[in-house]
Design a protein around this ligand. Sequence first.
Ligand code: SF4
Ligand code: SF4
Length: 301
Amino acid sequence: MHSKQEHKLKVFWLQGLTCNGNAHSFLNLDYLGELLEKTEFLQHPLLPSKYALSEMAECKTGCDVLIFEGAYDPSLKRAGVFVDKILRHYAKNAKYIIAVGTCASFGGIFKATSPQTNSGILFNEAEKNGPLQEYNAKIINLSGCPVHPEWLGFTLNMIIDRRKIVLDEEHRPQELYSSLVHHGCTRNEYFEWKVDANHFGEKEGCLFYKQGCRAPMTHGSCNTILWNGVNSKTRSGTPCFGCTESDFPRTNLFETKTNMSIPADAPVGVPKRAYLTVTGIAKTFHIKRLEEPLIDYKNNT
Ligand code: SF4
Ligand code: SF4
């Protein structure tokens, strides 16, 4: 186990083309103060840091963990220096490189704005041909728009405790991304019986059939590790946009693409024909309890 007397983990948080969403999301980590006792931020865009960005851009020091936020853009400069140069200098000596957010992992929204030049640092959408191929073995992708603060906290603690982090094919920790976002949603019973939510924010119904919910096709633990320890999008009645996947962003985020009124995409691993059969059968049942409001506000004044 790590003790405070030991060497603190030296972390450099470098930004590519970004909206700062991941840097802000990290500030919501429940145990940020505790984590900061075990880490030393050489530079972070928002937290107190040992060095200014201009000093880090001189490339005269090294770090244990390089965190990269935002899409890779070969023409981007920070503190007057090409980000590509800074990135490669620190990547060389770091033990781990963490791509935080979907832009750093796969290109994300900033890839969509300039598809010819921008990408993630290891992946370009689903293709593994980003600029840091030579550091493949030490890159961890924490996709999400933004990254869940607990996912980054978990990963840094695993590194501090020198524990093995098992990754999936897209370099995401399996502890965090092996299950689907659908897992743990409070609406699973409505999903099983194909009862639709007709409006956002309602307590009742599933958002898969009409409102564009991508959770059955999206890897992540948003419904088991809740945001701020309290809630998730789907629990509160908003569809999951599938922000952890390499094809994010998509268009028409609030609509479900359908074939003959059945969702065109089946949940991951479920054969389309089986899904159509089960859906057809489930829709023939009418479970009164699930079709009624959970709380009868009108008759309870
Ligand atoms: S709202 Fe989304 S996450 Fe919840 S049960 Fe329906 S499909 Fe699954
Ligand atoms: S619920 Fe879906 S859209 Fe929201 S953060 Fe999780 S994966 Fe992204």
